[in-house]
Structures are given as structure tokens and as C-alpha cells.
Design a protein around this ligand. Structure first.
Ligand code: UDP
Length: 449
């Protein structure tokens, strides 16, 4: 007799409560929804993403946690992740248990959890649900984390403290140097490595999905495919496949009007993502360098991103004067729209993976000023592998800023970078079209469920 099988059509998503992780997870949700799945998003009470009109078809659930306001303020991203994984395990189990009881049939096709939300594993194991790990960073960063999770922490720490070693290429990871590895400014090396070994442990997951494309990182993807015991599906960039606005802060669209008044490819757009902090001294060197260059600039200065200041009010008046000369500042920009604008000629970025994909996706070359973690990996790839970026290393001074802007926006070198960036943009677009590698990979993933 033929088995009467119920088609499982619900996918449960578990994003990290941070902009750079929520955005690609919601895009993944959109992509899977377009393939016919129902989407349930399980948020912790620390996510601020809401069921906006863009996600009206999604079902949202919130699991409680016990972190206080002061924990949230003082923990720092790394300890926050560690804590979150401790406190959410039980509440997530309860949530999934309830979800299964409420469904008239057991219709969960799989649980897709962010690599940093590894507490999800306990629930999927208990209820014997299929699970998939979603990596919101680059494949190369995943490779680095896998390699780092196996190093001897003590001798690695000694190597990392030696200035000569820092400049050497790390064996097997060319062109990444020791100093480009995704060590974190958010906590001691020991706990960073501990988090990494958790994120690269696929446990009983049946697959890994990566928000990247083979035209960007074929050798890192091949490495992962060989090393991980499960299929790896590169299905990115998701912002092209399934754009889904999920900004946690309000976008200031007045900058688009300002951009409309600028010359084609003349503006440098500056944004350091949702978490990075900039010291006052560095802000000054940036402002001076920008002001001395003849280029207009659009600068996102996030509230709270300058330590000791709500916004820019504690900076001396001279700062505002420098900025006002030929710049425009906002607290948060509609980044995709900005990068797509013809006036934008370059992107000064901290090189978070979403910003990197968004810039390449619009063919915009970059000034790379990484701050921590995988941003350093991305910056090195932008400069040395894809050759569409100028990296600023070491202490910043106004002369270096001015020179970098000239290289990117005025010199022939910048024009060459722009051509390569446009070439990559076209490759990325091809990869998400029918028959392209990421499009096929997404279909393969769906068929594997
Ligand atoms: N972003 C934005 N407006 C801004 C600055 C950033 O919409 O003014 C978005 C950007 O488009 C990207 C995300 O915030 O999708 C930042 O993610 P990324 O991985 O680049 O960096 P993170 O914030 O995780 O460090």
C-alpha cells in the first residue's frame, strides 16, 4: 500500500537579533516563500524586526530571554551571543513543542538557524526535525573560522602578538595574513575561538546554506564542500534574489535629494554598518581628508557610534564645519538606494558581508576600513582577490584619506577597479538568474527538503 505522506511546507527561521544577520535571513525567507513554503520566524525578545507589510505572509513568534537592559548595553556582541545561546535553548524547545502541538499536522519541513544561533540544535534534536545552518558571512570567513577552531589557542596567541608574524600569509589561506583572520575586537581570543567552534559545528544539520556565489568564492566553497560532511548550497547574493527591506532603524531619504544634485560617480558614500564604533580622532582625520579632497561625500553617522556622544554633538564645531564644506550626513541611509544612485562613485565601508555584497552587486568600488571579525577577511578579498578596493590599514591620517579618495575616484586605478566591479556585478546577476549557479543551488536545496 502506498504511504500516505503529508507534504511538509513550513520552514522555521531563527535569525540573530542584529541588522547584518536579520536582513539576509528575511531575504532567505522571501526566497523560500516564493518557492511555496510557509515561513515562521522565531525572534528572541531582543530582535526589533517587526512583521512589516513586506512580511505580512510570515508568521512571527517571540521567545523570552532573561537579559536585562544593562546586560544588553554592557555585554558586547561576543558575550551577547554566548549568553543568548545559554538562555534561549529551553525557551526555543518550548516554542517548537507548542508549534508542533498547534499544527493539525506535523508540517515543519526544516528549521533554518543562523550559524550563531546554535542553541536551536537541542530543539531540533529533541523533536527530530530536519535542520539547516545558514551562514550570513562569506564562505571564506567560514573557512577561516573552521581553521581557527582547530588551532592551538596558546601558540596562535603568541603568533598574533608578534608584529612580523602578523604580516605573514597564514598557511593555506592565501592571500589572508595573520592580521586578516577574523579574530574579534569584542572579546578575548579564547572565547572567540570557542564561539567559532560552535558556529562551524554542523551537528545533525542536513545542509549549510551560504549567502554567497561561486563566482566570488569558488575555492573557499570547494574547501567547505570537501570538509563539511553535508551539502553546501551557495545561494547568494540574497539581496538580489529576494530583496526584503528589514531596516531596524529609520532611513533618512533626504540624502537621495542631495545625491540628485551631485555629479555622476563623484560621491563617496561612507557607512560603517550597524555596530562599528569610530573614535573621535579617527572621525577628525576622516573629516579633514574628505574636506581636503575635492570629492563630495555622504556620511552615515549612526547615533551612539562615536563613543561618549549621542550623535556628533560632543565633537568640536570645527568638525561640523569640515563636514558641511562639501558633505551631507544622515543617521541611517537607505543603503541599497544610495549604492544604486548614479552619483555614487565609491563606498567607504567597514566591509561587513552584506555591505560588501551590496556594493559589488551595484558595481561600486570600495575604500575598506575593516574594524573586526570577518570584515578583515572581506577587506583583504576586496583589495587582493577581486581587486575592487583600497584598504586603509593602521592609524588613519588625513593625508592617507585624501590619497585613497584620489586613487578610487580620480585616478586611472579607480576607473579600472570600477570596471572590475561592474564585471563582478554582471556575474552576480547572472548567478541568480534561471540557469545561474546560485539559482540552481537554491532549487537543489528546495528539492533536497
Ligand atoms: N545599512 C543601511 N543603512 C545604513 C547603514 C547600513 O540600510 O545607513 C544596512 C546595509 O544595507 C546592510 C546592513 O545595514 O544590509 C549592515 O550589514 P553589514 O553586514 O554590512 O554590517 P554589520 O552591520 O553586520 O556590521
Amino acid at each position: 500500500m502506498e504511504e500516505n505522506r503529508v507534504k511538509k511546507t513550513r520552514i522555521v527561521l531563527v535569525p540573530v537579533p542584529a541588522q547584518g544577520h536579520v536582513t539576509p535571513m528575511m531575504q532567505l525567507g522571501k526566497a523560500l516563500h516564493s518557492k511555496g513554503f510557509s515561513i515562521t520566524v522565531v525572534l528572541t525578545q531582543y530582535n526589533r524586526v517587526s512583521s512589516s507589510k513586506y512580511f505580512s505572509d510570515f508568521h512571527f513568534l517571540t521567545i523570552p530571554g532573561s537579559l536585562t537592559e544593562s546586560d544588553l548595553k554592557n555585554l558586547g556582541p561576543q558575550n551577547f551571543v554566548l549568553k543568548l545561546n545559554q538562555i534561549c535553548e529551553a525557551s526555543f524547545k518550548q516554542c517548537i513543542g507548542q508549534l508542533l502541538r498547534e499544527q493539525c499536522n506535523d508540517d515543519i519541513a526544516c528549521v533554518v538557524y543562523d550559524e550563531y544561533m546554535y542553541f536551536s540544535h537541542a530543539a531540533v534534536q529533541e523533536f527530530q526535525l530536519p535542520s539547516v545552518v545558514f551562514s550570513t558571512t562569506s564562505a571564506t570567513a567560514f573557512v577561516c573560522r573552521s581553521v581557527l577552531s582547530r588551532v592551538d589557542a596558546e601558540s596562535f596567541l603568541i603568533d598574533m602578538k608578534d608584529p612580523e608574524t602578523q604580516d605573514k600569509v597564514f598557511p593555506g589561506l592565501h592571500p589572508l595574513r595573520y592580521k586578516d583572520l577574523p579574530t574579534s575586537a569584542f572579546g578575548p581570543l579564547g572565547s572567540t575561538l570557542k564561539v567559532y567552534s560552535e558556529t562551524v559545528n554542523t551537528r545533525t544539520a542536513s545542509a549549510v546554506i551560504i549567502n554567497s556565489a561561486s563566482c566570488l568564492e569558488s575555492s573557499s566553497l570547494a574547501w567547505l564542500q570537501q570538509q563539511l560532511q553535508v551539502p553546501v548550497f551557495p545561494i547568494g547574493p540574497l539581496h538580489i534574489t529576494a530583496s526584503a527591506p528589514s531596516s531596524l532603524l529609520e532611513e533618512d531619504r533626504s540624502c537621495i535629494e542631495w545625491l540628485n544634485k551631485q555629479k555622476s560617480s563623484s560621491v563617496i558614500y561612507i557607512s560603517l554598518g550597524s555596530l562599528a564604533l569610530t573614535q573621535t580622532k579617527e572621525m577628525f582625520e576622516m573629516a579633514w581628508g574628505l574636506s581636503n579632497s575635492n570629492q563630495p561625500f555622504l556620511w552615515v553617522i549612526r547615533p551612539g557610534s562615536v563613543p561618549g556622544s549621542e550623535w556628533t554633538e560632543s565633537l568640536p564645531e570645527q568638525f561640523s564645519k569640515l563636514v558641511a564644506e562639501r558633505g551631507y550626513t544622515v543617521k541611517w541611509a537607505p543603503q541599497m538606494e544610495v549604492l544604486r544612485h548614479p552619483a555614487v562613485g565609491g563606498f567607504w565601508s567597514h566591509c561587513g558581508w552584506n555591505s560588501t555584497l551590496e556594493s559589488i552587486g551595484e558595481g561600486v568600488p570600495m575604500i575598506c576600513r575593516p574594524f573586526t571579525g570577518d570584515q578583515k577577511v572581506n577587506a583583504r578579498y576586496l583589495e587582493r582577490v577581486w581587486r575592487i578596493g583600497v584598504q586603509l590599514e593602521g592609524e588613519l591620517d588625513k593625508g592617507t584619506v585624501e590619497r585613497a579618495l584620489e586613487r578610487l575616484l580620480v585616478d586611472e586605478e579607480g576607473a579600472e577597479m570600477r570596471k572590475r566591479a561592474i564585471d563582478l556585478k554582471e556575474k552576480l546577476e547572472a548567478s541568480v538568474r534561471i540557469g545561474g549557479s546560485s539559482c540552481s543551488s537554491l532549487d537543489d536545496f528546495v528539492n533536497s527538503l
